[in-house]
Ligand binder design. Structure first.
Ligand code: SAH
Length: 233
């Protein structure tokens, strides 16, 4: 049994052809991409690194990391987004980048301790057993390697902002994109990281102003947030 929800994959597959349209349903991913890329590059220094992007979708982050001169592998279990990602890399002439349709746990069994940097963004809240993905990401990182996650916090404010606000009021995302019960508290993610053998290095909140339509990183992790971990040497 794979750790995957087929309905979640079809949500992303159905929209895959619009993945690189910056005004589409994927606008939020395009907008947050420079922010998360900078934070990752600041901490882990991407140039020349062997990087894995887990749940890469159409490749917005994977391709951006490859442009920072990392050797990037993107994995996902949805075939259509991967097809879009491959085509986009080809069109943009980025060749230090490859994509594979394989489960995180399967890749961890195939090539443990292989990556300097593992990123897993906006994916854990779509998976039946996110703790198993965290463990697999840890197994995939080399000793001393970095592992980054981003997801949505679970509290009344995140329900209001991430579901009511984003899906119903502002219509930034299609209705049903997110399920409140699958949101993850930073304390829960921290425990899965520690249990998976990762040491927490830092976190950032991601905030959004609907009037200016801008995102920025902050210390407020109450809705969207990122964490950085390291695999001890
Ligand atoms: N990480 C990308 C895409 C986020 S969208 C970014 O932040 O830009 C969520 C992605 O997770 C989708 O591409 C979806 O297909 C993928 N996904 C969902 N469940 C998955 C699973 N069990 N294994 C691998 N990928 C999964």
């Amino acid at each position: 049994m794979q750790n995957v929800d087929a309905q979640e994959l079809s949500k992303f597959s159905d929209l895959a052809h619009r993945w690189w349209d910056p005004e589409s349903e994927f606008r939020p991913l395009h907008q947050i991409n420079p922010l998360r890329l900078e934070w990752i590059d600041e901490l882990a220094v991407l140039r020349g690194k062997n990087v894995l992007d887990v749940g890469c979708g159409g490749g917005i982050l994977a391709e951006a990391m490859a442009r920072r001169a990392a050797q990037v592998t993107g994995i996902d279990l949805a075939a259509k987004p991967l097809g879009v990602a491959r085509l986009h890399a080809l069109e943009s002439g980025v060749d230090n980048l490859q994509y594979r349709e394989i489960a995180t746990e399967a890749l961890a069994a195939e090539q443990p301790a292989s990556f300097d940097v593992v990123t897993c963004m906006e994916m854990l809240e779509h998976v039946p057993d996110p703790s198993a993905v965290v463990r697999a990401c840890s197994q995939l990182a080399k000793p001393g390697g970095w592992v980054f996650f981003s997801t949505l916090n679970r509290n009344p404010k995140s329900f209001l902002f991430a579901i009511v606000g984003a899906e119903y009021v502002l219509r930034l995302l299609p209705r049903g994109t997110h399920e409140y019960a699958k949101f993850i508290k930073p304390s829960e993610l921290a425990r899965w990281c520690r249990d998976g053998g990762l040491a927490l290095q830092g976190s950032r909140g991601m905030e959004y102003n609907p009037l200016t339509r801008r995102y920025w990183l902050s210390q407020d992790t109450s809705v969207n947030y990122l964490v950085a971990c390291r695999k001890p040497v």
